[in-house]
Design a protein around this ligand. Sequence first.
Ligand code: F6R
Length: 243
Amino acid sequence: MEFIITDTYEDMSRVAADVIAEQITTKPASVLGLATGSTPEGLYAQLVADHKAGRLDFSQVISYNLDEYRGLSHDDVQSYHYFMNKHLFSGVNIDIQNTHVPDGSNPDSEDACNQYEQMIAQAGGIDLQLLGLGHNGHIGFNEPADIFPKTTNCVALTQSTIEANSRLFDSIDDVPREAYTMGIGTIMAARKILVVANGQGKAEIVKRAFFGEVSPQVPASILQFHPNVVVVVDKQAASLCMA
Ligand code: F6R
């Protein structure tokens, strides 16, 4: 595992954006696994800036997002599909037909999850998977559990995730209670993984995930077993790892 500590959030975003830019430059038809959340907003802004400056071409890129709330359609402003359009897709020359997010509007969870898993396999798997880190160690919406879920699945969000995500909704009652998410097996099958985390609030989980025991109670800890992981964190998020 490569563990990079940066001074600021902006530096974290730049370093992480460079990992993605290198991937796309080396393989223009890369299959990217993408994440939503506050952490990657800065790196998406960097990628958009790189594209607008003529340094980065997304025309052949294919993307699969990690997760989507169950029950939200693509055009719902709270959907992850909407988030991706706003923060990345609308700012670069990616072919929107090549972007994929689990279909939150499909009420048949088995069908939605199986279809998504098949689409990723048909695309040849993921070249580079971007991940944020939940305060409880979740990746995608794979919450602490007794086992590592293998494939794309439907999960009930934990109370702590509902509370964390309620900042983006008018009221906590509006936060969907379920989501479709790539499984841990889907994520671990990616050829390369890039994790970003920032701020003091992530310090404890960064330490547990990357330097603690590997356990499904800390889903991100499984990444210690992946052969090609780059973790980029700012110094606050790394503060408990530097003792
Ligand atoms: C988002 C996702 C989540 C977030 C995590 C951290 O697609 O799958 O696992 O990466 O909840 O979120 P932020 O970045 O908002 O702290």
